[in-house]
Design a protein around this ligand. Structure first.
Ligand code: SF4
Length: 308
């Protein structure tokens, strides 16, 4: 089994008791998807494990909360096509797929209306016309859910657009399947004329290990990490410090510490901004400047991320 998709299997695998099982949503609208290699790192017999918390559907998800919506960061308004979003100058974001290696309960696109398979013809045409663009952000879903063949086709097309300079991946895939960074994928990155940036999304040091780092170290491009500040997962100075330090030790720059996007079903992950600021202060006191991520939030309609 590569991933756990059934609550029954998860509960049995983790030896959860009846009381713990009753805290779960039996038929979540956003399905359970947890890669086995992450499941194997979870402490058994508790719901408090920081990896489990990110993937387990809890009853709290079903409660309504003021200020939380299905479209928290203005994705709908930024759509130029079903797959192309433009929020910022010089950059456009391509929704490459709705598929992910794992389903994170705090995902701001957990209710996104993903299109089906696409050859991106409309998107490529628009990118060709918009000469203000310099960078394409491959997002989703998770862009590494695409096959190498599909990625190669897409990147080759982007490669031929003269005003583009950069390509950025945002992914959590290597945490579940480090082997996804295979030789064929590395060759694709090596052969594009575009400068590539690789942004890993990791929220807790337990998600990282030597196999993940070995895979990342083979990438022929700069590597950054984006982290979502999550209550009960990483809202602790020692955890964040360990995460940032471990990343830097392996040549990965902590890029953003992101305030939770207020998507319906995720309010139980929210951390007060005052706590977030004190966590950053702790990092500043203890780590080199480059090891401290920027604490940011996204506000729908703003032309850039807002530093908190
Ligand atoms: S898009 Fe990213 S945050 Fe959302 S479910 Fe997929 S991997 Fe998780």
């Amino acid at each position: 089994m590569h991933a756990i998709t059934s609550l029954e299997v998860l509960c049995t695998f983790l030896n959860l008791d009846l009381v713990q099982r009753q805290r779960l949503v039996s038929l979540p609208s956003f399905p359970l998807l947890l890669p086995m290699r992450l499941a194997q790192k979870i402490q058994k017999g508790t719901l408090e494990d920081p990896i489990l918390k990110q993937f387990v559907p809890l009853q709290e998800e079903t409660l309504q909360s003021v200020g939380y919506s299905l479209n928290p960061v203005g994705d709908q308004e930024a759509k130029q096509t079903k797959c192309l979003l433009k929020k910022y100058q010089q950059r456009a974001l391509l929704i490459t797929t709705g598929a992910c290696a794992m389903n994170c309960r705090f995902c701001f696109r957990r209710s996104f209306d993903y299109p089906g398979r696409s050859d991106f013809a409309k998107e490529i045409a628009l990118i060709q016309t918009d000469t203000s663009l310099r960078e394409i952000i491959l997002s989703g879903g998770d862009p590494l859910s695409l096959s190498n063949k599909a990625l190669n086709r897409l990147i080759s097309q982007l490669d031929q657009i003269p005003h583009l300079k950069r390509l950025r991946f945002h992914t959590r895939f290597p945490l579940g399947y480090p082997e996804r960074l295979d030789q064929e994928f590395l060759d694709i990155l090596t052969h594009t004329r575009l400068q590539v940036w690789f942004v890993l999304h990791s929220n807790h040091p337990k998600e990282l290990d030597n196999e993940v780092f070995s895979a990342l170290q083979r990438l022929p491009c700069p590597k950054l990490c984006q982290t979502v500040l999550l209550k009960g997962v990483n809202d602790h100075p020692d955890i964040l410090k360990e995460l940032c330090e471990t990343l830097v030790d392996h040549g990965i720059l902590p890029y953003y510490l992101h305030q939770l996007d207020k998507v319906e079903g995720a309010h139980h992950f929210e951390v007060e901004e005052s706590l977030g600021k004190s966590l950053i202060e702790h990092l500043n006191q203890n780590l080199s400047g480059y090891a401290v991520p920027r604490y940011v939030k996204e506000i729908a309609g703003a032309g850039h991320k807002i530093t908190i």
